[in-house]
Design a protein around this ligand. Structure first.
Ligand code: ADP
Ligand code: MG
Length: 275
């Protein structure tokens, strides 16, 4: 379980990246932080593995303040897929994925076993294991990034716009794969995106951030769609995006909101009939 208690971050130049955020992420569930660029998503996510120190408040992982933890240790225990692939360019795909278990003190043999398992799990062609990141497509690089984050079998996965740099078809494939992975592995995932459709697809819970790093709404996908908290969230859901990705189908209790795969997201209750 991860808990943010009244955290805030002001950068030295005076930028308020995060105002006052309190959140608890349930173990084994996927929480998606969604907000436009500059709304403090990366800053919040990086507080978990101490790549950013909050100016106010604290972050707990399994009841322990991360401030008390050794940052190097912490980063080895928490999987992190960063914006862009973040792969080491001069190491092969396999070497990139093996690095984390090796650093955690696993034997060469065990590290290789884990790396191969995860590379297979994310569906990467074995021919690419000996290639360098620069020789892979964007989508393949993202898969390696996910495999690397999974290689040490962490309980917690931080994913910062991991599918941002790939075309829509590959993106849909990666999203579907992450859902399948999550059904199987039940990690505690904090996933960051600026794309509400992606959030609706992946999240057990969505936290919408407004500029200045304040929570606009913290709710299930169904609630966000059927009862956006205010005009900001409504705007973020977007009429275009709603028409593109979501549609309504009349049902017994009200209109059922379906996503682009026809998956029901929730029900918009029908207003009481006037008699
Ligand atoms: P997001 O990931 O939602 O795009 P960030 O957390 O990266 O947002 O940034 C939030 C705000 O903090 C932005 O205004 C950004 O310019 C600013 N910011 C981020 N990192 C730094 C930094 N190291 N120094 C100063 N300002 C920063
Ligand atoms: Mg960011």
């Amino acid at each position: 379980m991860i808990e943010f208690q009244h955290v805030g971050k002001d950068y030295p130049d005076g930028t308020r990246a995060v105002g006052d955020v309190s959140l608890s992420l349930e173990a084994g569930s996927c929480t998606v932080l969604v907000g436009s660029s500059g709304s403090g998503k990366t800053t919040l996510l990086r507080m978990v593995n101490r790549m950013v120190e909050p100016s106010r408040g604290r972050v707990l992982v399994d009841g322990r303040a991360v401030r008390e933890a050794n940052p190097v240790q912490l980063r080895r225990e928490i999987g992190y897929v960063m914006q862009g692939s973040g792969l080491l360019p001069h190491r092969t795909v396999l070497a990139n994925v093996e690095t984390v278990p090796l650093l955690r003190g696993e034997s060469k043999q065990e590290s290789r076993r884990r790396a191969l398992l995860q590379l297979e799990r994310v569906g990467l062609d074995p021919l690419s294991y000996s290639r360098y990141p620069g020789q892979l497509s964007g989508g393949q690089q993202q898969r390696v990034g996910v495999a690397r984050a999974l290689a040490s079998d962490p309980d917690v996965l931080l994913m910062d716009e991991p599918f941002g740099a790939v075309d829509p078809l590959v993106r849909a494939e990666l999203q579907a794969q992450l859902r399948a992975l999550q059904d199987e592995l039940k990690k505690t995932i904090l996933f960051v995106t600026h794309d509400m459709d992606e959030a609706l697809l992946l999240a057990d819970r969505i936290v919408v951030l407004r500029p200045g790093g304040e929570i606009a709404q913290d709710a299930t996908p169904e609630e966000i769609v059927s009862a956006p908290a205010d005009d900001f969230v409504r705007g973020f859901l977007g009429l275009d995006s709603a028409q593109r990705a979501l549609h309504l189908q009349p049902g017994a209790a009200g209109d059922v909101v379906l996503d682009r795969f026809g998956r029901p997201l929730g029900v918009v209750p029908r207003a009481p009939q006037e008699s």
